[in-house]
Design a protein around this ligand. Structure first.
Ligand code: ADP
Ligand code: MG
Length: 256
C-alpha cells in the first residue's frame, strides 16, 4: 500500500482553546476514509489545515512523504489534493457541460479560452467526466435548474477534472435527502475503486459512513479516539460513550 497523506501530532489552538489536539493518521492510495465526530469536534479545522487554509499551531502534514505543513492552498492543490467547490454565481447560468469544459480548460491552463475551438476540443472529454457521475443526459441543461443532488454530482465531476490523487470532502452530502446521500457516497466509492483516488470525507449520516468507508476515524474534542474498520470502531467503548444518546451509530448493530 502506498501512503498518500500522513498527519503527525496536528494541533490547532484558538486563543488557547485546542480545537485540534495532537491528531495523527494516514490515508493510503485508493482508500475511502471517513472522519466522524460530534459537532465542534474539530473535523473542519482538521480539513482546513490539510488544505492549507489554516496553519497548524503544531504538528506536520506530509504528502507523498513531502512535508507540506503551512503551504498555501494553491501549493497543496498543485500536489494533487482536490476538494469540491460549490457552483455559484455566473457558473450557475452556464450549462452542465460548460462547467466541466471550463474546469478542463483551467486544468490545462487555458483560462482565456474565448477561442471557440477550445470549447469544442474539451466537449468530448467533458462528456466522459459527466458519464463518470451519470450526468451525461443532463449535459446541456443550465445548472440553475438542476436538482440539488445532481448539482453535487456535477461538483464532484468538476473536482475530478483536476485529476486529484486525494480528494477532501467536508460534509459533501449536507442538505441532501437520505437517498441522495447514499447515491452520492456510492458514486464516490465507485470512483475510488475505479480510479484509485483516495478520499477523506466527513459525514453525519452513520448509515452512509458505515456502508461505504473502508476505515473510520472518530474525533472527539479535538482528539482522535478511534481509527479502524467499521467493526473495530463500532465496538470501541470510547466511541460508544461519545455517541450514546444519539444512538444512530448503532442502529445497524441493534437491528442485527
Ligand atoms: P466540526 O467541523 O467537527 O464541527 P470545527 O472544526 O468547525 O468542528 O470546530 C472545532 C472547534 O473549534 C469548535 O469548538 C469551534 O467553535 C472552534 N472554532 C472553529 N473555528 C474557530 C475560529 N476561527 N475561532 C475560534 N474557534 C473556532
Ligand atoms: Mg465541520
Amino acid at each position: 500500500m502506498t501512503e498518500i497523506l500522513r498527519v503527525e501530532h496536528l494541533k490547532k489552538s484558538y486563543d488557547g482553546f485546542l480545537a485540534v489536539n495532537g491528531v495523527s493518521f494516514s490515508v493510503q492510495q485508493g482508500e475511502l476514509k471517513a472522519l466522524i465526530g460530534p459537532n465542534g469536534a474539530g473535523k473542519s479545522t482538521c480539513f482546513n489545515m490539510l488544505m492549507g487554509q489554516l496553519k497548524p499551531t503544531e504538528g506536520e502534514v506530509f504528502l507523498d512523504g513531502e512535508n507540506v505543513t503551512g503551504k498555501r492552498p494553491r501549493d497543496i492543490w498543485r500536489r494533487g489534493v482536490g476538494r469540491t467547490f460549490q457552483i455559484t454565481g455566473t457558473y450557475q447560468s452556464m450549462t452542465v457541460i460548460e462547467n466541466v469544459q471550463m474546469a478542463l480548460m483551467s486544468h490545462n491552463h487555458r483560462l482565456f479560452s474565448v477561442w471557440p475551438r477550445a470549447w469544442k476540443l474539451y466537449r468530448e472529454e467533458a462528456f466522459e467526466f459527466l458519464e463518470t457521475v451519470s450526468m451525461a443526459d443532463q449535459a446541456d441543461r443550465p445548472c440553475s435548474i438542476l436538482a440539488y443532488g445532481d448539482l453535487k454530482r456535477l461538483e464532484l465531476a468538476i473536482a475530478l477534472c483536476h485529476r486529484p490523487r486525494l480528494l477532501l470532502m467536508d460534509e459533501p452530502t449536507a442538505g441532501m435527502a437520505p437517498s441522495a446521500r447514499i447515491e452520492l457516497m456510492q458514486l464516490t466509492a465507485d470512483i475510488v475503486r475505479d480510479q484509485g483516488v483516495s478520499v477523506l470525507f466527513t459525514e453525519h449520516d452513520m448509515d452512509v459512513v458505515f456502508a461505504h468507508a473502508h476505515h473510520i476515524m472518530v474525533l472527539n474534542r479535538g482528539e482522535l479516539i478511534a481509527d479502524g474498520d467499521a467493526e473495530a470502531v463500532r465496538n470501541n467503548p470510547q466511541v460508544q460513550e461519545v455517541y450514546l444518546g444519539g444512538g444512530t451509530l448503532f442502529k445497524e448493530a441493534a437491528d442485527a
